[in-house]
Design a protein around this ligand. Structure first.
Ligand SMILES: [Zn+2]
Length: 355
């Protein structure tokens, strides 16, 4: 079986062009459903729509619940090779169902499907409902233009229900389903445009998630303010230091994405907790991140206490790093938790129950 690249492109284009309106309508339907990751019903509705579309191409659907029960179901859509499916090569195609805007944020900003000229706008139009539509278009065109090639391969379309969150079960699902005779796994995340040309994403950043806990000392804000150590104040300083670790020259970014802490305004808070996502591009960058962050020198990890305002202490933990191209767990060079606390930090341990 030989496919000549010089005319396959023309044939695929000739097939896709007259069908463009139907593909855009499929994309419009997907974008019109809010599929914020925590909106499991919406994510599953997009999943049902996706499964119905791919059924037309001969795909069967398997729905795999997310490890986090608050999220929707991943999709595994399979179309076995026509002959000897057990021995046939397979190709994985990956996209995701979820998007990042809650329904109320979409409504408040009028984030909805619209077309302007040759561009479409709306939540997930590129990331990644457009990717799913792209997979559909690729396979539909291949089936029509090169049926022998289409039938010779087992196609496995894997669609993540919780890609926009720090969930790791989908990657394990992909590795299990694409074990064996897999030729390639193609990710359909859209790229940027450069000088009017469209680009493809050919690699993804790795990721490590850091949880930073800041400890101060609780006290009544009115009657005993001077006895407290305000952990939120310390946290604000710590967040700035984390953000300053971003190094675009080495494609290393730190994003403080979530902050929680404090209870009431009449209490000096003793333990807020931000979550920070570190996105290195390669293992060396992740190692660089680890060496820059942890162990911080004591003067950087913890502001020195003063008699007037004893400061808090920043300590860290990590979750599993993204396995993409970042392969070394940051905890391997991350002794913060195992280091003995400096004497002043032990002295200023938070006092529970202060109010
Ligand atoms: Zn995406």
């Amino acid at each position: 079986m030989t496919i000549h690249s010089h005319d396959i492109h023309q044939q695929l284009t000739a097939y896709l062009q007259p069908n463009l309106a139907s593909y855009l309508d499929l994309l419009r339907q997907m974008v019109s459903i809010n599929s914020y990751t925590a909106n499991a019903a919406g994510v599953n509705a997009v999943g049902d729509l996706t499964a119905a579309a791919f059924a037309d191409l001969g795909f069967t659907v398997e729905k795999v619940p997310s490890a986090n029960p608050a999220y929707g179901c991943h999709l595994v859509l399979t179309r076995p090779a026509r002959s000897s499916p057990a021995d046939a090569p397979q190709i994985g195609l990956v996209s995701h169902l979820d998007t990042v805007f809650p329904p109320e944020e979409e409504a408040a900003n009028d984030f909805s499907w619209r077309r302007e000229g040759d561009r479409c706008y709306g939540p997930g139009t590129v990331d990644c409902k457009g990717g799913t539509a792209g997979i559909y278009m690729t396979l539909a065109a291949l089936q029509a233009v090169a049926p022998q090639a289409y039938d010779a391969v087992t196609w496995v379309v894997l669609v993540d229900a919780s890609e926009e969150r720090d969930a790791f079960d989908f990657q394990d699902l992909c590795l299990r389903r694409l074990a064996g005779n897999t030729l390639a796994c193609l990710i359909y995340e859209g790229g940027f445009t450069e000088n009017g040309a469209y680009t493809a994403v050919v690699a993804r950043k790795g990721m490590a998630v850091y949880h930073v806990t800041v400890e101060g000392r609780g006290a009544h804000a009115g009657s005993a303010h001077e006895e407290g150590a305000n952990a939120i104040v310390q946290l604000a300083d710590t967040i700035g230091r984390i953000a300053a670790l971003t190094d675009y020259g080495h494609e290393l970014t730190f994003n403080v994405g979530r902050v929680a802490g404090g209870t009431v305004t009449n209490r000096v808070p003793h333990r807020p907790r931000p979550g920070s996502r570190c996105a290195p591009s390669r293992p060396t960058s992740l190692n660089m991140a680890s060496s820059r962050c942890w162990p911080w020198p004591a003067s950087r990890r913890c502001a020195a206490p003063t008699a007037a305002l004893p400061a808090g202490c920043a300590s860290t933990s990590s979750s599993r790093p993204h396995p993409g191209r970042a392969t070394r767990p940051p905890s391997a060079s991350w002794p913060c938790g195992s280091r003995p606390a400096p004497p002043w930090a032990r002295r200023w341990r938070p006092r529970s129950g202060a109010a």
